[in-house]
Write a protein that binds this ligand. Structure first.
Ligand code: ADP
Ligand code: 5GP
Length: 209
């Protein structure tokens, strides 16, 4: 049955495990795509341009923003710019493909305003503050200053949980992946996404009604 694609927005504090949970789910569901954001932050060791992010200069980011090439954008961690390229999202939705956006709470709010109920907002929380600090420090991708900026942003993220529809606590990783997958699979079956009418009419015709 033809259906509308699901736009899954996943937010939560830096270091909570969003990237890890999403990557595991995508390994299970290869037909789902992931939006690649633009950012003005430098790449971390091991990050690949075009796969993890499009790493751009501040001037290039501004150009894209002014040209209307970004669906949403936000200042995150006090001074870094992040944004979602518009075209891949529009193409996915136009062709009934599911797409995941890993963006902050400000971006989630913008996407909700622009796309309404087509977007599903999921917040991933840590089991405790201590676990978040441990994961962020354990990842060792940021220096002390960048880590403390991320912890400050985490407080802002947590203050906006109410704007989301689903809350998943990433304690046991497999359970978090199961829960995120459960949300996506359930949202695929939402009546308003399905072209159900011709299907049910056919069933009734077959039944002689
Ligand atoms: P985010 O994308 O939210 O910034 P990452 O996916 O980079 O976070 O995860 C941050 C760190 O936490 C990584 O080192 C990752 O391996 C670890 N991690 C993720 N999920 C869990 C979990 N459920 N339990 C323990 N460690 C986790
Ligand atoms: P990091 O620098 O750790 O990769 O990401 C930092 C934060 O920026 C995370 O909270 C992440 O969700 C957010 N982020 C990543 N891409 C985007 C984006 O395109 N738009 C918005 N609004 N936030 C983003």
């Amino acid at each position: 049955m033809p259906r509308q694609g699901v736009l899954l927005v996943v937010s939560g504090p830096s270091g909570v495990g969003k990237g890890t949970v999403i990557a595991r789910m995508l390994a299970r569901l290869p037909d789902v795509s992931r939006s690649v954001s633009c950012t003005t932050r430098p790449p971390r060791p091991g990050e690949v341009a075009g796969r993890d992010y499009h790493f751009v200069s501040t001037d290039e980011f501004r150009r894209m923003r002014e040209a209307g090439e970004l669906l949403e954008w936000a200042v995150v961690h006090q001074d870094l710019l992040y944004g979602t390229p518009r075209r891949p999202v529009e193409e996915a939705l136009a062709t009934g493909q599911d797409i995941i956006l890993e963006i902050d709470y400000q971006g989630a709010r913008s996407v909700r305003q622009i796309l309404g109920e087509r977007a599903v907002l999921v917040f991933i929380a840590p089991p405790s503050w201590g676990a978040l600090v441990e994961r962020l420090q354990g990842r060792s991708t940021e220096d002390a200053e960048a880590t403390s900026k991320r912890l400050a942003s985490a407080i802002h993220e947590l203050a906006h949980v109410e704007a989301f529809e689903y809350l998943i606590i990433n304690d046991d990783l497999d359970a978090a992946v199961d829960n995120l997958q459960g949300v996506l699979l359930a949202e695929r079956q939402r009546l308003t996404r399905l072209q159900w009418r011709p299907f049910v009419e056919d069933l009734l015709r077959e039944a002689g009604q």
